[in-house]
Design a protein around this ligand. Sequence first.
Ligand code: SDX
Length: 431
Amino acid sequence: MSTNKKAVLTLADGKSVEFPVLSGSVGPEVADIRALYGKTGMFTYDPGFLSTASCSSKITYIDGDEGVLLYRGYPIEQLAENCNFLEVCYLLLNGELPNQKEKDEFSTTVMRHTMVHDQLTRFFTGFRRDAHPMAVLVGVVGALSAFYHDSLDINNPEHRNISAFRLVAKLPTIVAMTYKYSVGQPFVYPRNDLSYSANFMRMMFAVPTEEYKINEVLVRALDRIFILHADHEQNASTSTVRQSGSSGANPFACIAAGIACLWGPAHGGANEACLNMLEEIGDVSKVGEFIKKVKDKNSNVKLMGFGHRVYKNYDPRAKLMRDTCHEVLNELGLHDDRLFKLAIALEKIALEDDYFVQRKLYPNVDFYSGIVQRALGIPVAMFTCIFALARTVGWIAQWNEMISDPENKIARPRQLYIGNPRRDVQPSGKR
Ligand code: SDX
């Protein structure tokens, strides 16, 4: 990682301080400034971490200018085409794609952990039926810490391994339970003989009164949606999981923290916000008026599903999501879907508009994901829960990498203090 290059900082008094430059396998080099405060008494200042690498990682690489996304070196387009979600889970967790034997063993182990402790069902009744599903998901996943005392020693690789299986396996069950609770239908138990994504679709949509028919085209589409959302470098929720894990918190608490962060409309909540935005625009004839609002800084209106901190080109996942949209809508005979046509028109207009071109704002993963999930019968409020389900494997892989990283220390940023210097308390009569 180290190079023979140096980054030189020249201070106001003319003195210079040198810092080592480190390079990765691909992507930008970094200036190792860990000694900055000790050498200069200064901190760096980077709200939102636009120019800050918080760690080294081997898991996911993004080239924002080229619109490239690699999981352990494999392009997302090839993984979406040639693998299923559990193979991608194996890859993210272990660093290599599984051979057939490894794939079968991994899938069997995951499918054997899909049930939740029956007492966990009681947590749901404490929530109002109309509670936002993400509020329920944060609570129930956090509660898993109370059920698995046998695997909370984060320094024990075996404990970390069993926690990983439990989380990847149980998130679909808990997400489906969250949905069933919201619509007042009975929970559907998982089935070990089904594939991961078919099992999830059945737990979401089966009712006790009739056999649930699996549609393999829709299952494959959902499996691909999981693959596209599985990991994405040091995004806000992954950084939250890493930050929580750096204090030694157990994996269930760390994943619950990641779910809470993902909920925000600037992050994982954007797919729900994007679909609500399309419903609000309503018709292609209203697109021009809406774009005008977006360009008016005082409106505080954003084109949800557009823009990205890293991608300054088309998010490769958005293209794959749009293709999946086509597939699902055609399978369901909905090629005339009003919102899909509106999204296509909105994308075209925005990509030709100077405001978006100048700021390099392109569709991101959330722009089409809401439309395809809605077509699959998933209600809008559940979209971010689906994102959390898929991202759990990425969060665990990143959390595992952090725990095993010899450079790992508790995350404790400093600040630029702009408040009151020291002053004395005056008696209330003199305030
Ligand atoms: C995800 O980090 C990840 O990898 C996240 C994610 C993952 O897989 O984990 O990829 C998932 O969160 C995707 C992003 C989903 N969010 C949205 O779609 C919400 C809408 N997008 C924006 O809120 C915004 O683009 C962000 C939050 C995604 C990125 O914001 P940045 O990098 O902080 O950029 P910025 O806000 O500084 O924007 C730069 C300029 C600003 O204009 P100026 O002040 O320069 O005039 O672009 C404008 C912004 O106002 N801008 C937008 C816009 N996004 C940015 N203007 C209108 N609509 C938008 N969507």
